[in-house]
Design a protein around this ligand. Structure first.
Ligand code: CA
Length: 220
């Protein structure tokens, strides 16, 4: 899941980026409102974590601009302003949820999971596709009732395919989900992860559509 983190406080931004990466998220971090707007124009995010007090353009103005342009990306507001009118204004401006600083990473993660569930129309944190089961909370995978150990990137790739079952995702789309800015991507990285997933799960589970992309097959 690729997340845009908009936070001008270097300590909070750095610790959030580190914490979220450890949890398997791909995180791009920007430190002002204009950079946030630019990032969203060029990259597809599953979620935005938005501070309100920002240089160049404040968070509420950025958020209102997105909603006016029908940008539907889920936005979780991170605010130091623990006043009811501020929270109401944030939600009325198009925020999906908010957290008041300081907060625990565990609560942020729980709220991010809740938004992802709502977005995907899921009532729980599991994805089932044929004999494949992904537990998004524990990042555990089993196939035909057998637990399968995957690396972080393999899980993220499999999750991306399983969240769009039957759809074809291009190599570029998958790279975007797996790697943030400034992260080195080997030209054959996606092929290598797909190869490993096939080996660990089932050789036929992920189909390559030459020149188009990859699709998760329902074999069972
Ligand atoms: Ca701030």
């Amino acid at each position: 899941m690729r997340v845009l983190l908009v936070e001008d406080d270097p300590m909070i931004g750095d610790s959030l980026r580190k914490g979220l990466r450890l949890e398997g998220f791909t995180v791009d971090w920007v430190e002002d409102g204009r950079a946030a707007e630019l990032a969203l124009e060029t990259t597809d995010y599953a979620l935005v974590l938005l501070d309100l007090g920002l240089p160049k353009k404040d968070g509420l103005s950025v958020l209102r601009g997105w909603r006016q342009r029908e940008v539907t990306v889920p936005v979780l507001v991170l605010t130091a302003r623990d006043a009811v009118p501020e929270r109401v204004e944030g939600l009325d401006s198009g925020a999906d949820d908010y957290l008041v600083k300081p907060f625990d990473l565990s609560e942020l993660l729980a709220r991010m999971r809740a938004l992802a569930r709502r977005r995907a129309g899921r009532a729980h944190d599991r994805i089932e596709w044929g004999a494949l089961r992904l537990d998004l909370l524990s990042r555990a995978v089993d196939y035909r009732g057998r637990p399968v150990a995957l690396s972080g990137r393999e899980f993220t790739l499999l999750r991306a395919l399983a969240e769009a079952p039957g759809a074809v995702l291009s190599r570029e789309q998958l790279e975007e989900r797996l790697y943030g800015w400034g992260e080195e991507v080997e030209s054959n990285a996606i092929e290598v992860h797909v190869h490993n997933l096939r080996r660990k799960l089932n050789p036929q589970l992920i189909r390559t559509l030459r020149g188009v992309g990859y699709r998760l097959e329902n074999l069972d």
